[in-house]
Write a protein that binds this ligand. Structure first.
Ligand SMILES: *[C@@H]1O[C@H](CO)[C@@H](O)[C@H](O)[C@H]1NC(C)=O
Ligand SMILES: *[C@@H]1O[C@H](CO)[C@@H](O)[C@H](O)[C@H]1NC(C)=O
Ligand SMILES: *[C@@H]1O[C@H](CO)[C@@H](O)[C@H](O)[C@H]1NC(C)=O
Ligand SMILES: *[C@@H]1O[C@H](CO)[C@@H](O)[C@H](O)[C@H]1NC(C)=O
Ligand SMILES: *[C@@H]1O[C@H](CO)[C@@H](O)[C@H](O)[C@H]1NC(C)=O
Ligand SMILES: *[C@@H]1O[C@H](CO)[C@@H](O)[C@H](O)[C@H]1NC(C)=O
Ligand SMILES: *[C@@H]1O[C@H](CO)[C@@H](O)[C@H](O)[C@H]1NC(C)=O
Ligand SMILES: *[C@@H]1O[C@H](CO)[C@@H](O)[C@H](O)[C@H]1NC(C)=O
Ligand SMILES: *[C@@H]1O[C@H](CO)[C@@H](O)[C@H](O)[C@H]1NC(C)=O
Length: 835
């Protein structure tokens, strides 16, 4: 009971903590909203590679050779790293035999996913050869590949010491000075282990789940060359990131996992009698991001910056609680980690069955250390010379008392409703001569976030849907030579440019993006690295504002003049003035007649994220409407409209079909003093009609949904529906079926004054020419309606009635926006259930 209460409390705390963090949610900060959302079909310059196999989860980039090796299920590929979709490709098929497949099935393994040869290891072995291992239907094999001819060696080696059986288990492999360091769960017993193989003394971890590795899942590893440039003669170390079962905390954490970091020394040879063929330098510590024991590590990235003592590790964490999707990003410094490994140890007291800080005397030389000059001067030349009491101590005290905490003791980013599966980091020097870390974050549903660390906060530059079908991103590899990012996942390998500057079309866009690779050169937004090469270090003509993201564009004249659009409606109708903001951080700002600023939901106006809706228009609503995008203190003009509200259709134009509004009830014959009554009844009837229409539209859209979310409705079927609805006006509808319905007229067209007669609807009885603006207003109606669906209209009505804050999207494929914004904060407001 108490246990559950504590658990509950902690979960509540977590939630409120995240709530607290996200309440600050702005462009920069915890739980940042991605500035731009790029859907799959909008991505430019994406290069793909896939073959008939699946699971492209092992990548080996050899930048100098210009080759990207890819290990997939039953095949290894050699791709040109400058363009992976180029025809030149070599492949090595390496599949399991039918007999092996059979055996694997008999072992009770899944013949659809597991009984194949999943390539898990792909490393450069020597000048001429690669080393590769595959799971080979639950009996791992390893072999050499001649990289000159790209041919598999005929001899294979038993792989069970080096490669996991299970294709889905976490696995790490690095090759250091001929030693193959791997970490995984090995063999059928599935025991976690950190190993060294190949041409050095092989070593393992002690099989003691209480003390050493407890149900560990490995995430990543890194070599830190700590022997370089130090007086003490320290050794190079290999750091491992993993999650394992909590042992040291109270029973309420039983079964939960915790992120951890372990390290071993490169020159470790194991002990002589004690810890024979086992690590003598294995130490581990807990890794904390925002909430110890409630988060697990998904991915870690080591940022090497020339010298080892500036190394920074980035970690992507997710919440362990299934009902709470949240991710966090933290970074750690090597010096903080070193301090923890030099600090006090933890100890398990068998008597009290509790873990606590070890308070006794620590034997000398310090257990778990690498062999340093000091050790050597005391006669301990290798780990085999270490005294028994030291090795006995190591065996029982590999866990450190202190936890490794992030830089500045807090996460860089917290993100709800997102599961990050992979992180990669690039450090770039921007125009202000400051280095910025660019984070590439892969999600579990095939999206990629590109973010930049500014100070101690994260600004998410964009989110991109890189895979059409949701699938976890499994590998991210950065190439500084090609300036590209390679992505590996189930369905294929992708190559995308690191920079992406050309997508910013104006100076404002370029500055607001805060993309450290990009700057405005007076004409276009271009990458500063290419510019540096071209102008020979002359960055003075370029503009960028990483720190504030809003300076430097005041004199820019490149945002060419906008084409003003004309909208004409009949009094009493609704009109939508579209204004699509590309940035999720921008807010629309409308001005009428120059200076008159429009605020939200004043009388007849409704402000939405993608337009301004004016309902029941009156003649005084005519005027000049300008839509500005306001972001980070900058305003830029996005759209300009000239709205004309006509009292009635001009008589002299002799329109064959007067609108129903004018002709509607008998009111037309009444005296002019009753004109108000006419309007009211007109509006009422229109409202009823619109309700009916929207029900029909909803129905139609539901039908449509079955076919696919993004299906575009064809205007023909719409006409049919509309004719059915407007039965009252059937006569007129037949006279001019595309725009006679009262409800239909509520929406203006999209065409510009330049081509008045271009988009005329096909009118059965050719009507006399219409006034030019009027044509524009109505002629593109079917077009407009095609974009608008029943859903959005329903939403609109609801808003009117309940007068909700109207930052809602009411136009243009609401569902598409919902899908796009699923990844942004706005999702809370744009809940589909409100439709
Ligand atoms: C990769 O393609 C580029 C041109 O697209 C070519 O110059 C280069 O030689 C190719 N690399 C290899 C290894 O074939
Ligand atoms: C990459 O190669 C593909 C296939 O040959 C080609 O269609 C594409 O244009 C190339 N892309 C670039 C940027 O060279
Ligand atoms: C896998 O096993 C199922 C039933 O055990 C069988 O129907 C299916 O054909 C097998 N698939 C393959 C690829 O062997
Ligand atoms: C690389 O290793 C392979 C496999 O052990 C060996 O056959 C080959 O001779 C080696 N090449 C060099 C240049 O050492
Ligand atoms: C391999 O890909 C298939 C889908 O193509 C997926 O179901 C399976 O889980 C993947 N296996 C691994 C080990 O990722
Ligand atoms: C350690 O090495 C030194 C010199 O290399 C040697 O004199 C000494 O005997 C060695 N000590 C042991 C315990 O092997
Ligand atoms: C913008 O123009 C003003 C005056 O024309 C000038 O003083 C200022 O230096 C210019 N700013 C930039 C960034 O070019
Ligand atoms: C805009 O100005 C015109 C002409 O001065 C005026 O008729 C109209 O009512 C104004 N529109 C608004 C919305 O104030
Ligand atoms: C004007 O409309 C009337 C009646 O709808 C029609 O008879 C007449 O021909 C029209 N005039 C022109 C110029 O189209």
């Amino acid at each position: 009971m108490v246990k559950q209460m504590t658990r509950c409390l902690v979960v509540l705390c977590t939630i409120s903590a995240i709530g607290y963090y996200s309440s600050e949610g702005s462009s920069v900060g915890l739980d940042a909203t991605p500035r731009i959302t790029v859907a799959y079909n909008e991505i430019s310059d994406l290069r793909r590679f896939s073959s008939r196999v699946s699971n492209y989860s092992t990548l080996l980039l050899e930048d100098e050779r210009g080759i990207l090796y890819v290990g997939a299920r039953g095949a290894i590929f050699s791709l040109n790293s400058s363009n992976i979709s180029q025809r030149y490709q070599k492949a090595i098929p390496w599949e399991v035999t039918a007999q092996k497949h059979e055996e694997c099935m008999k072992k009770g393994k899944n013949n659809q996913t597991e009984c194949f040869n999943h390539i898990r290891l792909l490393l450069r072995f020597n000048e001429t050869h690669l080393y590769a291992c595959g799971t080979y239907a639950f009996s791992p094999l390893c072999t050499y590949i001649d990289s000159r001819t790209f041919v598999l060696s005929s001899e294979t080696e038993e792989g069970k010491e080096k490669c996991p059986y299970d294709p889905a288990k976490g696995y790490i492999s690095i090759l250091v000075d001929g030693g193959l360091y791997t970490a995984s769960r090995y063999e059928f017993r599935n025991l976690p282990d950190i190993r060294r193989n190949l041409f050095q003394r092989s070593l393992k971890t002690e099989e003691s789940n209480l003390h050493w590795l407890n149900d560990a899942e490995f995430v990543s590893a890194a070599l830190v060359p700590e022997s370089m440039n130090v007086e003490v003669g320290d050794d190079d170390k290999i750091y491992y990131f993993f999650n394992e079962k909590v042992v040291e905390e109270s029973s309420s954490f039983l079964g939960s996992k915790t992120a951890s970091i372990a390290r071993v020394c490169k020159s470790d040879l194991g002990g002589k009698k004690i810890l024979q063929r086992k690590w003598t330098s294995f130490l581990k510590a807990r890794l904390v991001c925002y909430m110890p024991f409630y988060e697990v590590l998904q991915s870690a990235y080591t940022l090497e910056l020339g010298t080892w003592d500036t190394t920074i590790f980035y970690g992507a964490f997710v919440s362990q609680w299934k009902n709470m999707e949240a991710s966090a990003i933290c970074r750690y410094s090597i010096s903080d980690i070193q301090k923890v490994f030099e600090g006090p140890y933890m100890e398990y007291q068998y008597s009290s069955r509790k873990w606590s800080r070890y308070e006794g005397e620590v034997p000398s030389p310090r257990p778990g250390s690498c062999i340093t000059n000091e050790f050597r001067s005391n006669g301990f030349n290798t780990s085999q010379d270490l005294p028994n009491n030291v090795l006995d101590f190591v065996k029982l005290h590999p866990l450190m008392y202190e936890k490794v905490r992030p830089i500045e003791e807090q996460p860089l980013l917290m993100k709800r409703n997102i599961i990050y599966t992979r992180i990669a980091v690039d450090r770039v020097k921007a125009l202000d001569n400051v280095y910025y870390d660019v984070l590439f974050l892969g999600t579990d549903d095939g999206w990629l976030h590109k973010a930049v660390v500014i100070g101690s906060a994260v600004h998410i530059i964009e989110e991109m849907q890189v895979y059409k079908f949701p699938q976890p991103i499994e590998k991210l590899v950065i190439s500084k030579k090609q300036n590209t990012l390679y992505i590996g996942a189930q369905s294929g390998v992708l190559q995308i440019p690191l920079f992406g500057c050309s997508q910013y079309i104006s100076c404002y866009d370029c500055i607001l993006a805060r993309n450290p690779y990009c700057a405005w050169d007076g004409h276009v937004c271009r990458d500063i690295i290419g510019a540096k090469n071209r102008y020979i270090n002359d960055w003075t003509q370029m503009t960028q504002d990483m720190q504030n993201g809003n300076g430097g564009c005041l004199n820019s004249t490149d945002d060419g003049p906008l084409k003003k659009k004309v909208r004409t409606v009949i009094k009493g109708n609704d009109v939508l003035l579209q204004c699509d903001l590309r940035s999720n951080l921008a807010r629309p700002q409308w001005y009428v007649n120059g200076t008159n600023k429009l605020y939200n939901s004043e009388g007849h106006t409704r402000l939405g994220v993608d337009g301004l809706l004016i309902t029941d228009t009156l003649p005084e609503h005519s005027g000049e409407y300008n839509c500005y995008s306001e972001e980070n203190g900058l305003q830029s003009l996005i759209a300009a409209y000239s709205l004309n509200v006509l009292l009635e259709l001009p008589k002299e134009k002799n329109l064959s079909t007067p609108t129903p509004i004018i002709q509607l009830p008998t009111a037309a014959s009444q005296s002019s003093s009753n004109i108000q009554f006419i309007y009211i009844s007109t509006i009422t009837i229109l409202g009823v009609l619109c309700m009916v229409l929207s029900v029909v539209l909803l129905y139609v859209s539901c039908q449509q949904k079955k076919k696919g979310k993004y299906a575009v409705r064809n205007s023909r079927s719409l006409n049919v529906e509309l004719q059915t609805v407007s039965s009252q006006f059937k006569e007129k509808a037949e006279e001019s079926n595309s725009y006679s319905d009262g409800c239909l007229q509520i929406i203006p067209g999209e065409a510009s004054t330049m081509s008045p007669h271009k988009d005329m609807p096909p009118p059965p009885p050719p009507p006399p020419p219409l006034p030019s603006e009027f044509t524009n207003g109505i002629s593109t109606l079917p077009n407009m309606l095609r974009k608008m669906n029943g859903n959005s209209y329903m939403l609109l009505r609801q808003n009117e009635e309940s007068s909700l804050p109207s930052y809602n999207s009411f136009t243009e494929e609401l569902s598409k926006i919902l899908e796009k914004r699923k990844h942004t904060q706005l999702v809370e407001k744009l809940d589909e259930s409100s439709v």
